[in-house]
Design a protein around this ligand. Structure first.
Ligand code: PMP
Length: 391
């Protein structure tokens, strides 16, 4: 059975992206490769909404998270983190592994950080001891999106560098790196841009590049100065995952043809349809209202249902693959992603399968309610589209 991949990354990729990774191998230091790096970097500037160089690293997203720490800070530096789930905690763990002192402003999982708490904490740091602020834009483990623009405003004129994990938001929602004054923005190939896994992306602000010259944390493979110097020569410092880069070049090409705003609207509409469908099936949306992600929806089934068994049933009986809970949410939620080359029919299919799997698990669900609710969202979106006058 062909599986329908509805996890929040890696995502289903389009056939032209898949074909791009199977092209003949080329010299990664030759003129063809230099053209690929240059074109890809140009398109990524647009995605990051920055005039700075966007570097690609041969690693998963976590590599760029690590790069954002080791390139900008020194052991003993004080950092402030605003985690709201498993990936925020991972960023803290990386910083601590390299000797940073990380103070945490906690947010309950399912909710988003309060920008006022960031503003207040930084206002009390008159001596400017806090060197960096770490935020997760979209917390994939809980299905929550932070208000990045508000967090950036809350940093105000404090000198701390603002580090943003935008792995599961970049491409799906607004990330205005330059306008909002973000100092490090991190992405990954296998999420909303619709590439295959294996490449991380990172861009640094001018201030962050200055910090990279002073930073004392150990680094070698992830030394962004090496990556930038190589980029200037049409190269990468190490052998890159070339097929993954070709796939990403195709994916970003498709993305720019679709247009940023249309991609944002698509993700918002798909996530809304999934939320509406799940709610109509009696599932609770884990994220608080107003904190919804537009790339991943975490849901809780009623009663004391075993979510791992439900996930297994969905996969084995209906061919629909969704994510489970991570860390302290293990076994308590399902996560449905809506990034990548999927469409309305896939979302409706996933909701129909969910209805069946819930019923198989002994839960009474109204027949067809999930798909009807999702279709109502699609119909509303369709009706709201501006009509072109004919005749
Ligand atoms: N941050 C977020 C928000 C993520 O969703 C992920 C991947 N799910 C990561 C970081 C880590 O990326 P990777 O698995 O590619 O290392």
């Amino acid at each position: 059975m062909q599986e329908l991949l509805m996890i929040p990354g890696p995502v289903t990729v389009s056939s032209d992206v898949l074909a791009a990774c199977s092209k003949p191998m080329r010299n990664h230091r030759g003129p063809f490769a230099a053209g690929v790096y240059a074109r890809l970097a140009e398109r990524l500037k647009d995605v990051f909404q920055t005039s700075e160089t966007v570097l690609t690293l041969g690693s998963s997203g976590t590599g760029a998270m690590e790069a954002s720490i080791v390139n900008l800070f020194s052991p003993g530096d004080r950092l402030l983190a605003l985690p709201m789930g498993a990936f925020g905690d991972r960023h803290i763990a990386i910083a601590r592994a390299y000797g940073a002192q990380v103070e945490v402003i906690d947010t309950e999982w399912g909710d988003k950080p309060d920008p006022q708490r960031l503003r207040d904490r930084l206002a009390r740091d008159r001596a400017g001891e806090i060197k960096g602020v770490i935020v997760t834009h979209n917390e994939t483990s809980t299905g929550v999106q932070a208000d990045l623009a508000a967090l950036a405003r809350a940093r105000a004129d404090h000198p701390a560098l603002l580090i943003v994990d935008a792995v599961s938001s970049l491409g799906a929602t607004d990330v205005r790196m330059d306008e909002w004054g973000l100092d490090a923005v991190i992405g990954a190939s296998q999420k909303a841009l619709g590439g295959v896994p294996g490449v991380a992306m990172i861009a640094l602000s001018r201030r962050a590049w200055d910090a990279a010259e002073r930073a004392q944390m150990p680094r070698f493979y992830l030394d962004l100065r090496k990556a930038k110097t190589a980029f200037g020569k049409g190269q990468t410092p190490w052998t890159p995952p070339f097929g993954v880069l070709l796939a990403l070049e195709q994916a970003t090409d498709n993305y720019s043809k679709e247009g940023r705003h249309s991609a944002f609207a698509r993700h918002a509409r798909f996530a809304e349809a999934i939320r509406a469908g799940c709610a109509a099936l009696g599932l609770r949306i884990f994220a608080r209202q107003g904190a919804y992600s537009n790339t991943v929806t975490a849901v809780c089934a009623p009663g004391d249902i075993d979510h791992k068994a439900l996930q297994q049933l969905l996969r084995e009986r209906y061919g629909v693959v969704v994510g489970g809970g991570q860390m302290k949410l293990e076994g308590t939620i399902l996560r449905l992603g809506n990034m990548g080359a999927i469409g309305r029919k896939d979302i409706v299919t996933a909701l129909a399968a969910l209805e069946l799997a819930l019923r198989d698990s002994g839960i009474e669900v109204p027949s067809g309610a999930g798909t009807a609710a999702a279709n109502a969202v699609f119909a509303r979106a369709e009706a709201a589209k501006p009509r072109v006058a004919v005749g």
